[in-house]
Design a protein around this ligand. Sequence first.
Ligand code: TMP
Length: 228
Amino acid sequence: MTQNRAKGALRAPAPAFITVEGIDGCGKSTQARLACRALERAGYDVLALREPGGAAISEKIRALLLDPANSEMGGICELLLYEAARAQLVHEMIEPALAAGKVVVCDRFYDSTTCYQAFAGGLDRDRVRVANELAVGACRPLVTFVFDLDAQTAASRRSNRAEDRMEAKGLAFQERVAAGFRAIAAEEPARVKLIDAAREIDAIHAEVLAELRAAGFAIPACVEEAGR
Ligand code: TMP
């Protein structure tokens, strides 16, 4: 994947861990893809992952979590399954990639658990924090992008496909998730960048690249032009 640098040579601030977050339908996966492409073109060795999933065991857990047939799943079971999927991803993929000097970009991480299971799902935030810490150990994101979009707009963007078990929790649930992400961005402004996701894809991408540059990534302007 590395194009512009000698093998083995690290580029600051790599190794680095970046996460992207937001409610369902906010456009974060598109933005994660564009950011990965820009980082690769800038010469970084990038690993793109998603949560829940990203490793064989974690993908199996994902299937359990999102299957609408599992409507009887309780909150603690749900929390522990997300954490189990995450613990395996950290162990099998994220930590080895960081040890190899890569930039890891993960579509969702522990802020999703705080927002979906605590802010929206009603679990105690301190218990969720303890569970998150158990799953990730010392593995913490350098930068987190939250793509902020109102729940109604996000729901209309994803209306052409069947709902999974989490999406079926409804609009009020998604509004509480969105409020949770805004609260986290206010609590941790140095790490968490709140991005207005109601704009055009290119404008959002340009802001993401500006934030990555501010975090120390060397991304030349020609990379941005090439992405259009
Ligand atoms: P995705 O659609 O972005 O792949 O995420 C799958 C769903 O799982 C989405 O509705 C958000 C939800 N989720 C949680 O509820 N808690 C978590 O910790 C994570 C990672 C995702």
